[in-house]
Design a protein around this ligand. Structure first.
Ligand SMILES: [Zn+2]
Ligand SMILES: [Zn+2]
Length: 269
């Protein structure tokens, strides 16, 4: 990106992945007010259950700076059938502020749901996203191989766009994802002292392929590790990426916001 383009883009953050409905310590109004005060212009509220998806759409209706996704997390993949598929399909059709499908994918960490069930749900979500021409938000925990395998059939399709949220792999895996045309999104985990592999990945991935997110209320960045997380903390993620890449935090804000705006097509929603 040339210097001129950077100058034209205003400096603000976008928290591309958070769960307003799961935050317990503050009201949505308070959370969003504090985010705005920290220069977070938009948040993307992620649906991870049927109920959560409906709430996500409500938040997007009620708050100008909130966009929504709808989807079923792999923890609940067994609760996703034809009826739920139809419901999501209708929600997307009728709500312009739904900017992606997900989160969906694989989770093999203490998850009793079978691989087959998770894959079936994941693939149906991808098909929905492609059908509506919106991106997919992918959750991959302890499942890099399975995630790549499930995506293979869709890579290169005209309407397929995906982001691996809460990136948890190493530099090689990050480059593999970028090579497949995916984006990667970093959470507060990148700020943890022991997250060496993830720091390496953040260093090596071109900034044009990166989003920042909080995944709040989970994964609060250092120095809030272990506490409830809020979108207002997304700057700590940006700050660590700036440090790792030896660039200015303003440039991280500008470029990652620009990435997210064009990926989720926010300007036209
Ligand atoms: Zn997730
Ligand atoms: Zn999430």
């Amino acid at each position: 990106m040339s210097e001129n383009v950077l100058e034209e883009i205003k400096t603000y953050f976008i928290d591309t992945h958070m769960h307003l409905d799961m935050i317990e310590g503050k009201s949505p109004e308070k959370v969003l007010e504090e985010a705005e005060a920290e220069n977070v212009r938009y948040v993307i509220n992620i649906g991870s259950s049927m109920e959560g998806s409906l709430k996500s759409v409500e938040y997007a209706k009620n708050f100008d700076n909130v966009y929504a996704t709808v989807g079923i997390h792999p923890h609940y993949a067994d609760k996703f059938g034809r009826k739920e598929e139809k419901l999501l399909d209708n929600l997307i059709k009728n709500n312009k502020k739904i900017v992606a499908v997900g989160e969906t994918g694989f989770d093999f960490f203490k998850n009793p749901i079978s691989k087959e069930e998770q894959e079936r749900t994941f693939v149906t979500h991808i098909e929905l996203a492609v059908k509506h021409g919106i991106p997919i938000v992918i959750h991959d925990r302890d499942a890099h191989k399975e995630t790549i395998n499930a995506l293979k059939n869709f890579i290169g399709m005209k309407d397929f766009k995906g982001v691996l949220h809460c990136f948890s792999g190493d530099a090689d895996f990050a480059l593999k994802c970028i090579g497949m045309g995916l984006y990667v999104s970093f959470t507060g985990v990148v700020t943890f002292k022991n997250a060496k592999q993830i720091k390496e990945a953040a260093k090596i991935v071109p900034i044009e392929k990166i989003f920042i997110e909080t995944d709040s209320p989970y994964l609060a960045p250092h120095p809030y590790r272990g506490q409830e997380n809020y979108p207002s903390y997304v700057r700590y993620v940006a700050q660590e990426i700036a440090r790792l890449k030896e660039i200015d935090i303003d440039d991280v804000a500008k470029i990652t916001s620009n990435n997210a705006e064009s990926f989720f097509n926010l300007k036209n929603k």
